[in-house]
Design a binder for this molecule. Sequence first.
Ligand code: ADP
Ligand code: ASP
Ligand code: MG
Length: 402
Amino acid sequence: MLIVKKFGGSSVANKERIFNVARRCIEEYKNGSDVVVVLSAMGDTTDQLIAMAEDINPKAKKREMDMLLTTGEQVSAALMAMAMQALDVPAVSLNAFQVMMHSTSRYGNARFKRVETERILHELDSRKIVIVTGFQGVNKYDDITTLGRGGSDTTAVALAAALHADRCEIYTDVDGVFTADPRVVKNARKLDEVTYDEMLELASLGAKVLHNRSVEMAKKYNVELVVRSSLNDTEGTVVREGADMEKLLVTGVAADKNTARISVIGVLDKPGIAFNIFDTLAKNNINVDIILQSVGREGTKDISFTVAGDDMEHAIEILEKNKKRLTIKEVSCNPNVAKLSVVGAGMMSNPGVAAKMFEALYNSRVNINMISTSEIRITVLVDEKDIDKAMNAVHDGFAMGE
Ligand code: ADP
Ligand code: ASP
Ligand code: MG
């Protein structure tokens, strides 16, 4: 039996927690399993490192940011190996270079291309617990990269897939995947199971309990995930293919505050304009989400869309630079917005979900700025100040807690 166990930052935040994780892993090891442990940086180390960088150079190069941020995971991996050794269990810590976790070259947002297994298998063969740094990869320039915030989950799934692990367990600071963020929605309920597709939507729409790429990869390689607490023994949530699962009308609600709205005003109302605008953004690696176009008047129209909050300034810079070519009269923006989404595979066959969501928002007097839908989700854009209220209203409107 080969098991990959991933522990998030809060699970290794201090000495006591490190030993708690060490003991949990040792228990599994002593039962005869091969154990690979993936760790995040301790507590809020990553945030602190980002703050240090901003203090030195607010425009720090992404390469150097990755060099800095990956130190956090190396600290926790080394300390974990030391803790296990202190408990008389053989353990070895490895970083992305030592394992060889090949990634694309994009600093700050790299993707895994290939993961080598030789070194890990060799260490497991000599009955060691293998501890691997989460969140990092190595690109073709032999530079260290990071996978984006929350990326340690993806390291765990990539290793589970490459090693054909029997289990992949993601340990965190809540008991599993809930119908909404349990820190915001009091009535949120833990789900026993959730499908890859639903989890992918929830994760992509702001439920940071799993990194969205970890879910994408788990689906692709059919890695069943269990999300559970590192602090108790409660059974967690299983993420898997859902053919035989009960299709709930709505499974969960997610909120994303890292969102900004941009409007381009007065562009020419003729073919090719939207293409040019979004092509220009895409070529600059800016992802656009909800798009709304006004009806044309006097030969011009307005287009509004959302981007990740971190991309807003860059997007505006690009639009301003290309204003003339893109026929834009004016660019405006609003960073104080948030996305609220409901997700559920049952939506496909049930009309009225949107109406119900809008009713819940109306009842709590939350105004909707933009709307977008897919087969299994509905997303609305609201003012950021309303997001917690809106999330509770929609969650309870669908009686998800019951
Ligand atoms: P870790 O450090 O273990 O990776 P994260 O902070 O990345 O932990 O993710 C866990 C957090 O995700 C929880 O503390 C919770 O506040 C938040 N969260 C958001 N949406 C959900 C949800 N639907 N279910 C569970 N947790 C959620
Ligand atoms: N330490 C990284 C972060 O805070 C990666 C992770 O926790 O998954 O984003
Ligand atoms: Mg996380």
